[in-house]
Structure formats: structure tokens, C-alpha cells
Design a protein. Structure first.
Length: 123
């Protein structure tokens, strides 16, 4: 579920907006239509935000963690061509832009991910 929060003083024009996609994934939207993706991680009481804009690729485990989907669902989305990957040796890397587009498509459509096990099924 998406939640939003605005930053800035009460009664003044808002300078940016934080949109939460759950599990520590945020998009900061700024005036003019620019935005940036951030993943928030907390470990042993320390909180750290990682900007995803600078990452061109992530591993399968990180892609699942950032999007909140299971590994099997990610593989189905890859098989359908909804998520782009590259292979480097034995490593499979997911393009972060592909993950952003996936989230936007499902957000704009107001739908959840179809986890039909047939990769050729319409989705």
C-alpha cells in the first residue's frame, strides 16, 4: 500500500513529497517532476538510506527485497519480459530501471502482480 508524507512548514508550498512503497522503498518527488528512489535499511539500531538512482543493476536478492516480491514471482516476471536482466558469468543482475518501470506500471494500473505460473499467460 502506498503512503505519502509531505515535508515543509504548515501552510507553505511543499518542496518535496515522500511516497512509500513499503519495506523501506521510497520515492522522493520534487517540484518539476523529478524524483529519486531510496531504500531505507535499519541494522542494529542504525538507519541508513541508499539512493537507488546510482545503481544500474542489483542482484536477485536485492531486487526481491526492494520490491517486496518473492524470488519465484521475480523469475516469472523475468520470463514474461516484465523485468530486464543481464548475465555476467554466473551472476544474474536486474536492471534497476526495469524495477522502477514495473512498480510504476502496477501503481498506475492499480493492480497487484499476477503470479500465474504460466509465463506466457497475459499478465
Amino acid at each position: 500500500m502506498e503512503t505519502t508524507s509531505n515535508t515543509g512548514s504548515e501552510g507553505k508550498a511543499q518542496s518535496s513529497r515522500r511516497v512509500s512503497f513499503g519495506d523501506g522503498l521510497f520515492r522522493y518527488e520534487r517540484p518539476g517532476g523529478t524524483s529519486s528512489w531510496v531504500c531505507r535499511v535499519q541494522h542494529k539500531g542504525n538507519r541508513r538510506d541508499f539512493g537507488l538512482g546510482s545503481c544500474k543493476t542489483v542482484g536477485l536478492e536485492d531486487a526481491c527485497r526492494f520490491t517486496g516480491i518473492s524470488r519465484s514471482t521475480l523469475y516469472l516476471l523475468i520470463a514474461r519480459g516484465e523485468v530486464e536482466v543481464i548475465k555476467l558469468g554466473s551472476a544474474t543482475l536486474v536492471l534497476t530501471e526495469s524495477l522502477r518501470q514495473l512498480i510504476e506500471r502496477h501503481r498506475n494500473a492499480g493492480s497487484s502482480l499476477n503470479t500465474n505460473t504460466d509465463p506466457k499467460a497475459p499478465g
